[in-house]
Design a binder for this molecule. Structure first.
Ligand SMILES: Cc1cc2nc3c(=O)[nH]c(=O)nc-3n(C[C@H](O)[C@H](O)[C@H](O)COP(=O)(O)OP(=O)(O)OC[C@H]3O[C@@H](n4cnc5c(N)ncnc54)[C@H](O)[C@@H]3O)c2cc1C
Length: 453
């Protein structure tokens, strides 16, 4: 069997790329290890920005279709002790995830994409020059090999294709450890005292915790943390001690994992692209990845379809500008925000309260800018300086906390500059990587700070 493209993983990242490339006339096979009935089973309710759904032309949902759950616009970020709300309004659609993935699979099939479920990726096939020329998978104990010009890894956190490539193929093969993952717990709750329709989202950055709308329960209390689910429970205890939530009863709990690691330095190699969670493409401010992945995918669709015109093989060189275009846009924003957040969250609930109160660091302007388009002027810097000094003198902030915030701002700026200088061609990539490695070492990771032991 022969296809132009084989995609491993049929969730959001895989389905979107499959549909768009098949619309361009390429033959596409998408495989997934799950059955159609069990695809994406980890958690029920997920969100997408309404504007993002429209921008990417994703399948629409509506009330009563069994997929649509709710919509809300009001979102607020709160201080460590539950005060000083900072609004960041944006229309959000809540949906049942499994049902939406099935809808996306069928949307891909409409244009001729073939999907094989219960098919686990085994390995890539390589031609006499060592370049990818196909994929082998196993279904019901039987191995099948298919030829292709492009293999795409959309397998999520395990990144099964990326991690299987031979050393020296031009792709990083890192696997995620518990330090590079946010373990997310969702408690579906009913309020006990007062029945109210919870149609807004509250977020407490100090604990990476939120309360958001639900379907089938009054609300969802969510929390994400590195290190594992046991650690999430420790932070949850601290959160519920410091923040007074409405009295509630937990109806059920769901757990899942989302990557929290910088993206690979290159997404492409000969006959290969990785995307979605397999490329650690989640929003640094909230860990959401469904639409973040599509930014890279739109770039990849444009460049890969040109590289594959007239039966051409998509070489690393011909796909390279995917890296460049991505790093000129979302790539540099995510890198700088990830470095900033890794440092600016390293402080006590007391310092967090002070910063929220005086609208510095966690100011309305900065928090709104975290979803894109952040630009600070001299007044912002002066105000921050004044309140940092007041915070130190009044004992609300420690010098080590200030140092960490400052380092975050500096490293985040340096990473933006470096990502803007990402090489136009593979020449110069090795030198660029050396600089990037140094900077990421300085910037550190979210997991370098473990306040609760
Ligand atoms: C609790 C929780 C809540 C979240 N909420 C949101 C949200 O509201 N909005 C949002 O945008 N993001 C959210 N995220 C993040 C989001 O779930 C992911 O970023 C997104 O699902 C990634 O999509 P993907 O297609 O890259 O990978 P995945 O959804 O992980 O899909 C990977 C697919 O690959 C298949 N696969 C894996 N290994 C193999 C193999 N060996 N062979 C064949 N197939 C294989 C899997 O079966 C799976 O179907 C949340 C995450 C968690 C944990």
């Amino acid at each position: 069997m022969k296809y132009d493209i084989v995609i491993v993983g049929a969730s959001t990242a895989g389905s979107y790329f499959a549909r768009r490339m098949s619309e361009k006339g390429f033959s596409v096979l998408m495989i997934d290890k799950s059955t159609k009935e069990r695809i994406s089973p980890d958690y029920d309710i997920f969100h997408m920005g309404k504007d993002e759904m429209e921008h990417f032309g994703l399948p629409k949902v509506e009330k009563g279709d069994g997929i649509y759950a709710f919509e809300f616009t009001e979102s607020y970020m709160y201080s460590a002790f539950g005060g000083y709300p900072k609004p960041s309004p944006a229309p959000v659609v809540g949906m049942h995830k499994h049902d939406y993935i099935v809808r996306m699979n069928e949307w891909a099939e409409e244009t001729g994409v073939q999907i094989v479920y219960e098919a686990s990726f085994i390995e890539c096939l390589y031609d006499e020059n060592g370049k990818i020329c196909g994929v082998t998978y196993e279904k019901n104990g039987e191995k099948t090999s298919v030829e292709c010009r492009l293999a795409v890894d959309c397998s999520g956190i395990p990144a099964v294709v990326r991690c299987s490539l031979p050393d020296g193929y031009g792709i990083e093969k890192f696997e995620l450890t518990p330090d590079d993952i946010l373990y997310v717990t969702l408690r579906y709750v009913d309020f006990t005292d007062k029945k109210e329709e919870w149609m807004k989202s509250y977020f407490w950055i100090a604990y990476k915790s939120w309360v958001a709308p639900s379907k089938g329960s009054d609300a969802i209390i969510g929390m994400g943390s590195c290190f594992g689910f046991e650690y999430v429970e420790k932070v949850y205890e601290q959160f519920t001690r410091n923040v007074k939530l409405p009295a509630h009863k937990v109806k059920r709990v769901e757990k899942g994992r989302t990557p929290y690691h910088r993206a690979p330095y290159s997404f492409v190699a000969d006959g290969f692209i990785c995307m979605g969670d397999a490329a650690c493409m989640t929003k640094p401010n909230c860990g959401e990845g469904c639409t973040a992945a599509l930014v890279l995918e739109d770039i990849a669709i444009d460049i890969a379809s040109k590289a594959m015109e007239n039966g051409n093989y998509p070489t690393r060189e011909s796909l390279w500008s995917i890296n460049k275009k991505y790093n000129d846009t979302q790539g540099k924003e995510f890198a700088s925000l990830m470095a900033l957040l890794a440092s600016i969250v390293r402080h006590s609930p007391k310092a967090n309260e002070f910063l929220f109160k005086h609208d510095v660091i966690f100011s309305k302007k900065i928090l709104a800018g975290m979803s894109g388009g952040l630009s600070l002027d001299i007044t912002d810097y002066l105000k921050t300086l004044v309140f940092v000094v007041i915070g130190l003198v009044s004992g609300n902030i420690k010098i080590s906390e200030i140092k960490s915030i400052l380092a975050g701002v500096i490293n985040s700026g340096k990473l933006t500059e470096l990502y803007e200088k990402f090489p136009e061609t593979p020449d110069g990539f090795d030198e660029w990587v050396k600089e990037a490695e140094e900077l990421w070492k300085k910037a550190g990771r979210l997991a370098d700070w473990r306040p609760l032991g």
